[in-house]
Design a protein around this ligand. Structure first.
Ligand SMILES: NC(=O)c1ccc[n+]([C@@H]2O[C@H](COP(=O)([O-])OP(=O)(O)OC[C@H]3O[C@@H](n4cnc5c(N)ncnc54)[C@H](O)[C@@H]3O)[C@@H](O)[C@H]2O)c1
Length: 247
């Protein structure tokens, strides 16, 4: 299956978890992949896994919340690869806490990474996509951006913001042949969720009709669909992948 043959994909936060699964899935589908994460070590590790699949890969350490770093990396990536066909804004963090006790720093870190980061990276690559009159942009939000969650005001705001950002960008870029969609994962087993207490996990499980937590692979499959030729006519959509938690 080479649905992404001859395509170049950039995936942020691809050093582990969902981003890594998307990067590997794209490589399996024939794409060359640019792995972006906070640390060079993690980016290199995943890039090596992609090369082992016989695909080209580049590794970059970039803080997506830093405009200068993002712009410099985008320039280098476009010079190295010549184009970018698919962009996945997956980098994200949590800094949970009740509203009354949430520090300004925790608010800023989450909004700057999850929302401003997607804005900066999209802006940095959209010019090349507009020129090429083709492109797929996929943002990774969360069901928390749809329904909220006590203790996650910052995270919910960033992920809800990402949905509005996606829909606006979809309207702006549609005329240039670029689709912009957003995936809202439910509870996916990764490092991000591994710290949740057992009683919290048991309570969460009761809210999931399919009766289990998701895997990074489940989100990667949805991200492959949105990047594939079959999703040509899909834009501005929220694809919820959550075992039926939100419906
Ligand atoms: N795991 C879940 O249940 C779940 C549910 C809904 C949404 N999500 C979203 O999916 C995405 C991936 O989550 P995950 O579970 O794989 O988490 P993770 O913590 O395992 O991975 C997050 C990745 O983002 C990178 N990252 C964080 N801040 C960054 C920054 N400033 N610049 C560049 N890279 C940065 C990290 O280095 C890491 O590689 C996130 O946006 C998260 O909010 C996850």
């Amino acid at each position: 299956m080479s649905q992404l043959a001859n395509q170049i994909a950039v995936v942020t936060g691809a050093g582990r978890g969902i981003g890594r699964a998307i990067a590997l899935k794209y490589a399996q589908a024939g794409a060359a992949v640019v792995v972006v994460s906070r640390t060079q070590e993690n980016s290199e590790k995943v890039a090596a896994e992609i090369r082992a699949l016989g695909r080209q890969a580049w590794a970059h350490a970039v803080d997506v919340a830093e405009a200068t770093a993002v712009n410099a990396a985008a320039e280098k990536i476009l010079a190295d690869c010549g184009k970018v066909d698919v962009l996945v804004n997956n980098a994200g963090v949590t800094r949970d806490g009740l509203l009354m006790r949430m520090s300004d720093a925790d608010w800023d870190t989450v909004l700057n990474t999850n929302l401003k980061g997607a804005f900066l990276v999209t802006k940095a690559f959209s010019r090349a996509m507009i020129k090429a009159r083709t492109g797929r942009i996929i943002n990774i939000s969360s069901v928390i951006g749809l329904i909220g969650n006590a203790g996650q005001c910052n995270y919910a705001a960033s992920k809800a913001g990402l949905i509005g950002f996606t829909q606006s960008a979809a309207k702006e870029l549609a005329g240039r042949g670029i689709t912009v969609n957003v995936i809202a994962p439910g509870f996916i087993q990764t490092d991000m969720t591994s710290e949740l207490k057992e009683d919290m996990k048991t309570a969460l499980l009761k809210q999931i009709p399919l009766g289990s937590f998701g895997e990074a692979e489940d989100i990667a499959s949805a991200a492959l669909y949105l990047a594939s030729p079959g999703a040509r006519y899909v834009t501005g959509q929220v694809l919820t992948v959550d075992g039926g938690m939100v419906m």
